[in-house]
Ligand binder design. Structure first.
Ligand SMILES: [Zn+2]
Length: 304
């Protein structure tokens, strides 16, 4: 797939503008810091999704819809607010429409099994005997409950990755999340088969991890600015994807993050990551202690 670029909020692929169907369901200007990934929770026909998300009466929209074939249709410019997240919060920010690009992936959501190879929910029936390209898997998570889920197509996964890469290039994107992560208990999209960690690694990992965690700490002071009651407490480390939730000590995590920062330094020596490292008081303290021990040893050896 050719890479995607963004110019003045519009997406281009092979130098050609992505198909654009204008949605009236928009807000003001957007300077996105998050990307939120959704399922359309609909049938597998993209025209249905596009007409729903561009219908004024639906009061919903998204920046793009990604079809099973990996075709991206843009509905709202990336620098304009779309209505996809609703009540939501992430890392101290609430109502994420004002902070996030919304990507809708064509996927029917939770289904039940009705016969061998046949799965259904209120909007769609999928017969994998007739269409062996469609893969359905059983999965159960705390956030989603138990169900049968349609695997995303390779084309969808590749298209979303290309688009996210372009968004990371065009804006200061800090994180990529799914709807269920920012609206827990209210939403279950994307389904449990979505490879979010692979996507995050592929498009976010050139930023030193140590610096990312620093900026997160800074943001937490905003938490109570909004007058909205804080009834949704977000657990950023979720059971499915987080290996570190098990009991890595804080010290270990700290050393790990510094190590990543330092390796980031040598991978692509950037001034900002270097100053970021130096202004971290823990690093300065550690260096200071190191120098003092060296001095003491030197004095001691001189005395002998
Ligand atoms: Zn959603």
């Amino acid at each position: 797939m050719q890479s995607i670029t963004i110019n003045k909020g519009l997406g281009f692929q092979n130098g050609r503008q992505l198909p654009f169907v204008k949605s009236p369901n928009i807000g003001g200007k957007l300077n996105p810091v998050y990307i939120v990934i959704h399922d359309t929770a609909s049938g597998l026909k993209e025209d249905g999704d596009v007409s729903w998300l561009t219908n004024r009466a639906s009061k919903v929209s998204a920046h793009v819809v990604v079809s099973r074939e990996g075709k991206i249709t843009q509905l709202v410019p990336f620098n304009v607010v779309a209505w996809h997240a609703g009540q939501s919060s992430w890392k101290g920010k609430k109502f994420l429409n004002a902070f996030a690009v919304g990507i809708e992936i064509d996927n029917p959501g939770k289904m039940e099994k009705v016969a061998e190879g046949v799965y259904r929910n209120s909007i769609v029936t999928i017969d994998t005997n007739k269409n062996p390209k469609l893969k359905v898997e059983y999965a159960k998570t705390k956030a989603h409950g138990a169900g049968y889920w349609l695997a995303y197509s390779d084309e969808q996964i590749a298209a979303v990755e290309e688009l996210c890469r372009a968004l990371v290039d065009a804006f200061n994107i800090e994180d990529i999340v799914t709807h269920w992560m920012i609206s827990p208990g209210r939403k279950i999209d994307t389904n449990p088969l979505y490879p979010l960690e692979a996507l995050r690694k592929a498009v976010l990992n050139y930023k030193p991890v140590g610096l990312m965690s620093q900026s997160d700490e800074g943001e937490r002071t905003d938490t109570d600015e909004s007058g909205v009651p804080d009834e949704v407490e977000i657990e950023p480390h979720n059971a499915i994807q987080d290996e570190s939730a098990g009991g890595v000590s804080k010290l270990k995590q700290f050393i790990k993050s510094k190590f990543t920062t330092v390796s980031g330094l040598f991978g692509g020596l950037s001034l900002s990551s270097f100053t970021g490292l130096l202004t971290d008081w823990k690093v300065i303290t550690a260096l200071g202690v190191f120098i003092l021990i060296g001095l003491a040893l030197w004095i001691w050896s001189e005395k002998k």
